[in-house]
Design a binder for this molecule. Structure first.
Ligand code: GDP
Length: 214
C-alpha cells in the first residue's frame, strides 16, 4: 500500500481510541440517522471476516457480533463513538448459502437505495477474502457500487491464512480487476483481524477520509 504519513497514522489511532457503540440497526431508509457526519461502510460476502475486522478496528471484540449463520440480517448497523465525527456502517453480508449469482439482486433494495442516496457516505470498504480473491458475486457488488458512484476500496481479509507467494498473486489479480471499475479506489489494503495486520493502516485511511470531508 502507499505510504501513510505519521500524522494520519496518529489521527487514525485517536479516532478509534474511545469507545464505540451500536447506535441503531436500520431496517429501512426512513430509520437512517441524520446525515450530519461522514460515514464509512463495510461490505462483503458472508463469512469474509467483516465483523472481526470492524471489531479489530475499534479494538472491541464484542462490538460487532461475529456469526457463522450468514445472511441472518438485512439491516444496516450504525456504530458511533460519541464525540467522533464519523459513523461506521456494517452492511448486510451477501452471497451466502452458495446462492446463484442472480440472487445478488436480492442483496436488497435497501442497500441499493442507501448507496445511491446517502450523500454523507464517504467510502465503502469492500472486503475480499485473501484466499479466494474477487469472485463473480463480488464483481456484481462492485458494479452496484460503480452505478451508485460511491467510492469503494478493497480490503483483503484473513491474509494470515495464506503465504507470501499466494498473497502476491491475489494482490496482483485484485489490482487488475479493480482497475476496470470506475468507482474503485486504486489502493488495496491487506488485513488480518486475527493477527492485527493492516488495521493501523485502515484506521489511518479512515482518518484521511474524515479529514478530507471536514
Ligand atoms: P462476517 O460474516 O463477514 O462478519 O465474518 P466473521 O468476522 O464472523 O468471521 C468469519 C470467520 O472467519 C470466523 O470464524 C472468524 O474467526 C474468521 N476470521 C475472521 N477474520 C479472520 C482473520 O483475520 N484471520 C483468520 N485466520 N480468521 C479470521
Amino acid at each position: 500500500m502507499t505510504e501513510l504519513d505519521q500524522s494520519l497514522l496518529d489521527a487514525g489511532e485517536r479516532l478509534f481510541e474511545r469507545r464505540w457503540q451500536l447506535l441503531k440497526s436500520v431496517p429501512a431508509l426512513e430509520f437512517l440517522p441524520p446525515a450530519d457526519r461522514p460515514e464509512i461502510a463495510f461490505a462483503g460476502r458472508s463469512n469474509v471476516g467483516k465483523s472481526s475486522l470492524i471489531n479489530a478496528l475499534v479494538r472491541q471484540n464484542g462490538l460487532c457480533r461475529t456469526s457463522n449463520t450468514p445472511g441472518r440480517t438485512q439491516e444496516l448497523n450504525y456504530f458511533e463513538s460519541p464525540g467522533d465525527p464519523l459513523f461506521i456502517v456494517d452492511m448486510p453480508g451477501y452471497g451466502y448459502a452458495k446462492a446463484p449469482v442472480e440472487k445478488v439482486a436480492a442483496w436488497g433494495a435497501l442497500v441499493t437505495d442507501y448507496l445511491r442516496g446517502r450523500t454523507t457516505l464517504a467510502r465503502v470498504f469492500l472486503l475480499i477474502d485473501a484466499r479466494h480473491g474477487i469472485k463473480p458475486t463480488d464483481e456484481q457488488i462492485a458494479e452496484i457500487l460503480d452505478d451508485a458512484a460511491v467510492t469503494y476500496q478493497v480490503a483483503l481479509t484473513k491474509i494470515d491464512k495464506i503465504n507470501e507467494t499466494d498473497l502476491a498473486k491475489v494482490r496482483e489479480a485484485t489490482e487488475r480487476k479493480i482497475a476496470k471499475h470506475p468507482a474503485a479506489f486504486p489502493v488495496v489494503i491487506e488485513t488480518s483481524a486475527e493477527k492485527n495486520i493492516g488495521v493501523t493502516e485502515l484506521r489511518a485511511t479512515i482518518a484521511g477520509i474524515v479529514a478530507d470531508r471536514a
